[in-house]
Design a protein around this ligand. Sequence first.
Ligand SMILES: [Zn+2]
Length: 273
Amino acid sequence: MPVHRNCENINLPLDLAEYLCPTCTSEKAARKPAARAWNLIEAAIAAGDQGSQQLLEEATRLNQLSISHLRPSLYSLIPRNMTTAFLPAFADRAGRVPLREKSRQSARRRLGQVLMMSMKNDLPPGSIGRIGEALSLYLHARPSVPLEDFAYPASIREDNGPITSRNHDMYTLSYDEAGEPEKFPVQIKLHGGSSGYDIPVISLGKVLKPLTDTGYPLTRLVRLAANEAAGNYDSRQETVLDIAGLCLLQAEQQWDKVENDPGGKLYMPVSPQ
Ligand SMILES: [Zn+2]
């Protein structure tokens, strides 16, 4: 008999998959293969080394199926390819081992392909936000960034949960004294402020302004990142992407947990934004 602890959290955005109930998470209803793939990824991370490999194999198969299925729009292709990019990193978490360098490299390379794909196509309305997310994840996965700043894309549960003020696009992990993982959630906006959220919100337009003001708009940064991921070295490109990454990390450090918050989930800007 499985012990159903924290089962009520399987739809809430802020819990890490590590703390979900593996049984309830894997049995969660999902109509489409891409959604089912996410349930299985989270169930694998929740399960740890007990059966996670089989769950991840099935998640990989379903995610691939959803990519090859019925000409999905570019809008759907971006997040599904982002899921693919992070499967090795999720496997590390399911195996309870530190992120391996090759998992990071795999994420970076495939995120570069996602960015490249987005440049070659006419983007449907709404996709530009997805590209901002892919670029943000890319900037966290570059070799010059410490491994502890590696960022993960949010699952459907984390991105689209019932408590909208806590939904987020990506997160980094830290570990407490007992070695248990904790999440730092980030909502990525192209423009706009943080009202309506009680978690960190990053406005790329604001954060990357030093670059966009000097001739590097978002589209150009996307092109540089895709070019770098494809292995084309250029020292100016590297410098610009280093600066973009630093701007992003610095903006994230401007947020801190609210003291005396009983749930330990709320954040506030350290300095007014
Ligand atoms: Zn349960």
